[in-house]
Structures are given as C-alpha cells and as structure tokens.
Design a protein around this ligand. Sequence first.
Ligand code: NAP
Length: 430
Amino acid sequence: MAYFEKLAEPLLGEKITVIDGKLKVPDCPIVPFIEGDGVGSDVWNASKRVFDAAVDKAYMGKKKIVWFEVYAGEKAKQHYDTFLPNDTLNAIKEYIVAIKGPLTTPVGKGIRSINVSLRQELDLYVCLRPIKYLEGVPSPVKNPSDVDIVIFRENSEDIYAGIEWEAGLEDAKKVISFLKDTMGVKESYFTENTGIGVKIVSKEGTKRLIKAAIEYALANDRKVVTIVHKGNIMKYTEGAFRNWAYEVAKEYEDYLFSMATYEQILKEKGYEEAEYALNEAKRKGKLLLNDVLTDAFLQHALIKPKEYSVIATLNLNGDYISDALAAQVGGIGLAPGANINYETCHAIFEATHGTAPKYAGLDKVNPSSMILSGVLMLEYIGWKEAASLIAAALNKAILKKHVTYDLCRLMDDATEVKCSEFANCIIENL
Ligand code: NAP
C-alpha cells in the first residue's frame, strides 16, 4: 500500500475536494506537509504551532487541520532512497492543498530541482508572491509601505523548463550542429564548449497565467495589472507573452481597459481620444492592464512602487523580481509564496527562502516566510479569520521588537529570540 494511504487512514480528518472548480473544505481537512531540508524542521515546527493555535482560537475548536507528513528532499532520500517519491506527488494530488519547507538543489550538477519537479508534475502554473510591508520591519528603502505588489510568476515554462545540454557533450554538439546547419545560426555564436538552454513560452501557458492575475485583481479590488517582460529583445518569447496577454484582455472588456486598446485609439483617433477613453475607464472603476519592460520595472519598483499592484511575468523575471521586491520589505525571511493551478485548484504553499544550511538545527532563523505562506494557505481554503489573526499577531510581535537574528541585527533596541520563541510570541499575541 502506498505510504500516504497507510498513513492517512488513521488520521481523523477528511479530504479537501474540488466541486465545479471550487474548493470544498471540511472542518478537519487533511493537509500534507513537507518539512524541508536544512532549517526546514526549525521553521516548520514553529509554524505548525502557530497555525494550530490560530485555527483553534478563530473557530473555538470547531475546525482543525489534520497535518500529514509527506516526504521530499533529504528526508525522502533517507527513508525511501529517492528525493521525490511518487507517493508524495500522489498524496498532494489527492489532498489538493499542501505546504512545504525549503529543499536543497545543488548548483550546476546533481539532481534536478525538486521544487521545479513538484511544480511541473502538478502543473502548478502560477507562482504567487504577495509582497507587502509589515509595520516595524527594518527596510533599506525610505517608504517601504509604498510596496504592496502581488506577483504572478509563470511557473512552468521559460528557460526554467530545464531543457538544456551541457557544454562539450554529444547532445550539446548535436543541437549546435542543428542550429548551424539547419537553422542557419552564425558559427561565431558557438565554441567547442558552449552549453545550450532553450527558452519556451506558449500562448496557452501565457493566457492561463494572465487570466489568473486578472481574476485575482478583480476579486481583490486591485486597479492595475502590469505585464512585465523583455519583449523588445526576446520578441518571439517575451514579446509574444505581452501580445498574448493583451489578447486575454478582450475576454474581460466589461471590467478592464487595456493599454493595447489605448494604443489602437491613439493610432486611429489621436491622443485626446485615447486619453478620454483611459480616463472614462478609470472613472468607471475598470481594471487597467498595462505593460513595462523588466529593466524599467526594476527601477520603478524602487522609485515609484505605488504605481504597481498586480504584476504578471515570465518565470525567470519573476524569480529575480520576487526576491528584489522582498528585500524592500524586509528580506526573504519574511516573504510568503504559493504555487497554484487555478484550474485543478492544486496548491503548494511554501517558504520562499532556501535551506540556509549553516543555521540548520540551531533554532535561529526567522519562521515568518513559512508562517505567512500558511496565512496565504488559510485564505486560499477560506479560513480568513484564522489567517487575519496570525497576520496581526505576527506584526504585533515585530512591533514589540521580539524578533529573530535577521531582523534584530537591523533594529535598535530589539530583543533577539529563537525561531521557536518567535512562534511563542506570535501565539501569545493571537
Ligand atoms: P538561502 O538558503 O535562502 O540562504 C541565504 C541567506 O538568506 C542565509 O544565509 C540567510 O542570510 C538568509 N536566510 C535564509 N532563510 C532565512 C530565514 N528563514 N530567516 C532569516 N534569514 C534567512 O539561500 P542559498 O544559500 O542560496 O540556498 C541554500 C539552498 O537552498 C540551496 O540548495 C538552494 O537551492 C536551496 N533553495 C531552496 C528554495 C526552496 O526550496 N524554495 C529556495 C531557494 C533556495 P544571512 O547569512 O545573512 O544570515
């Protein structure tokens, strides 16, 4: 029997199900968790206590999450001799919503990223990263509270799909020959030791991401969705991403005004008409869909972050942008994340930092990224009361300056607490 069946049977909970594309969440849902490598067990143990205490307090014992450990990473290798057992994938498929800690990925050699495999196997095409300032958190910028941006990063395509060939090996040479001989690519691009990676971007992949971003913006009363791309350079991938994104806008005409429409009016009727259409759309409270080049966005995010609310971008851009924006509001120790397929409703919520191996087992690091990812998860399953309790209590703990080392070193008169003690502070503040 598969390990998830063996283990799940005695758990006194029920499965989350999906009916007509919507989650149906029982009072005692079974939620699989992956503890993660390195600091994973420290942050998970701290976070789980916070989740349980908040749910208990919010629903006075009427609701409870039944946690179900599934394995990936080093713990899976130890127990099952593989970094990502099929049972783990099956368990997450079965139970729909899961949460995970960080997993090790060696650079330049060894196993493929388990994170990428999980996203691909479950087709979790959106990487959702809300970046919002929490009062009291030290920040390197003057007005960190201006940053309130939700990132929709495409999670299954782009140069991250893992289609690549190592320099000097036969496969890379074959691809290079094809590029030179069949496709007419200039000889001078290649040496004997050129590695090759392929960037893939599809209309289907783009459209489902943009749809998710627009629907999120409409549901959460956000006024702008911005497509972030380098379409001026990579015309058939990032440029196509921009064009396909604007095509999606046509499906939402009643609620949305797109800058592609603005440009069309500008061309056909001139500046005044285009401005009039834009202002009318704003007056009617319509959502605006616009676009910006990635390099410009990275400047604007520092200079005028208030202009951005929801951004939709490709995989690699999204990876860089997420961490750069997170740094403005206190660093990756605080940034939550989720990987979601809005069509099947499968979702894995995750701490966005890595395994920080030097701190593993020291009960030292900040568990906030995992805790705030849990807040996202509670919101996703509709347990908003518990989510709000945690968010408020975490902020109180920071305002009282009882913080882990990462924040303590940046704050005056703060008291350094351990990872587990920070969880205690949050629980006391619930
Ligand atoms: P990292 O583990 O995130 O650590 C880099 C630095 O970030 C740490 O040394 C620490 O800074 C700070 N940091 C990380 N987590 C923190 C926390 N919870 N609280 C406070 N500070 C924290 O990044 P890495 O060293 O580049 O990667 C290590 C491993 O993690 C690699 O195998 C990588 O592939 C993997 N990784 C996994 C994920 C994931 O599973 N989602 C994401 C990223 C990386 P200071 O040294 O300044 O204290």
